[in-house]
Design a protein around this ligand. Structure first.
Ligand code: AVJ
Length: 399
């Protein structure tokens, strides 16, 4: 397997600084916020994986049930053998391969179920996970390879170029859209030496790794955005994001599978975002630890309460960090942009007791809202929708 780094991922630090300036330092009282995408540094990504294993966080369990129950149908769609839906392909010989691209794969444990099933069915599989966290990607590679490579399951793959590889893993670390563009349109990324392992290419420069990760142009690709990752986008950004994905898909051929968390009792939802083991609280507070490390801030995360609440009007879970006492935060690695004087002067954030920082939206959808959102993004029809037995979660496939 190979793991590449998409070049633009190096800009993350500037983005964080910019978000702190505009949404934290520059915001009015009671309007302070930070974008949730900054949760996912290496520690945050690992904490999120722990959240998914808590009893209270139902989303992952629902989606795993969906994959277990409807995995074969999903694979049929990916392979282009679904009855009726792919008439143009019916005349061709039986497809023997599937190509999955996953946005925000994390450690890949849900998708591994699908991969495993595909291999069981004798399909060749190319899996291209994308994730912002380098460590999550390496964990993903190791986890997936270990799971599929278990000799007891009877799966074999070969790294040699001569042999027909049954399973190929090409991970790309970086921003979703940049990476997706990189994969589908062959834009350049480069190997980060620490990352490439398994069967690394002969040299560590971008030129030949680009060949390694490039797609089979004639094959159908299933782009997956599961786990309700879309829930973190506000409505317009969600439309924009899906429209962006759609523009990269080849019309009539590639598919988009997207997971939405459905509207349900606020009791169930609120418990999922304030789990009794306290992992979500730790996940939320880790954002402050990140600001300390990357921007030289002096937050004491223990002095913040994690608070999560369902906003009925919005239809979204909202997470906050609430300061339990007044505090003065100095950002040592940030400069005051306006200040031209020679006096060293660092930006300061004065927080009052019980002042809050908004850290996350997790939008919950109805099927009507999903259809409408996707239509606005240019996806005319849902090809198929797969639900868990309680109808708490849905994975829908679009073309
Ligand atoms: C990774 C966006 C799917 O919103 O449910 C979990 C992140 N935040 N607990 C979600 C999260 C708090 C999660 N997603």
């Amino acid at each position: 397997y190979t793991v590449l780094r998409e070049e633009s991922s190096r800009l993350a630090h500037d983005e964080l600084a910019e978000a702190v300036r505009s949404q934290l330092l520059g915001a009015k009282l009671n309007e302070r916020s930070l974008p949730s995408r900054f949760f996912y540094d290496d520690t945050g990504s690992a904490l999120y994986e722990r959240i998914t294993r808590t009893e209270d966080y139902y989303l992952t369990r629902c989606e795993r049930e969906i994959f277990r129950k409807h995995g074969d149908r999903i694979l049929d769609l990916a392979a282009g053998v679904a009855p009726g839906a792919f008439t143009e392909l019916q005349s061709r010989s039986k497809p023997s391969a599937i190509h999955l691209i996953e946005l925000g794969a994390g450690d890949g444990h849900k998708t591994a179920l699908l991969l495993q099933r595909a291999l069981e069915r004798g399909l060749r599989v190319t899996y291209r996970p994308i994730d912002i966290s380098e460590r999550a990607m390496v964990a993903c590679a190791e986890h997936v390879m270990a799971m599929l490579g278990d000799p007891e399951n009877g799966f074999r793959w070969a790294h040699g170029r001569e042999q027909k590889t049954q399973f190929t893993f090409h991970g790309v670390v970086g921003d979703f859209m940049e990476c997706l563009q990189y994969i589908l349109q062959g834009r350049k990324g480069h190997i980060s030496p620490g990352l490439a392992s398994g069967a690394p290419p002969a040299t560590g420069n971008g030129a030949d790794t680009a060949i390694d990760a490039s797609i089979d142009e004639h094959a159908r690709h299933l782009v997956m955005f599961i786990g309700s990752s879309i829930g973190n986008f506000d409505y317009n950004s969600a439309v924009g994001f899906c429209a962006g994905v759609r523009q990269l898909l080849r019309p009539g051929r590639d598919l988009f599978l997207i997971g939405f968390d459905l509207r349900k009792s606020h009791v169930v939802m609120q418990r999922a975002y304030s789990d009794r083991e306290g992992i979500t609280a730790e996940f939320n507070r880790n954002l402050l630890t990140r600001l300390n490390r990357e921007l030289g801030a002096n937050f004491n995360p223990a002095k913040f309460e994690h608070f999560a609440q369902f906003n009925v009007r919005l239809g979204a879970m909202e997470s906050f960090l609430v300061a339990t006492e007044p505090m003065r935060i100095v950002f040592q690695h940030l400069d005051k942009e306006s200040d031209s004087s020679a006096v060293e002067c660092k930006p300061v954030l004065e927080l009052r007791a019980w002042e809050s920082i908004h850290t996350e939206y997790s939008w919950k959808y109805t099927m009507e809202e999903i259809t409408e959102l996707m239509r606005k993004a240019g996806f005319a029809d849902i090809l198929a929708s797969f639900f868990d037995p309680r109808n708490w979660f849905v994975d829908s496939v679009f073309r």
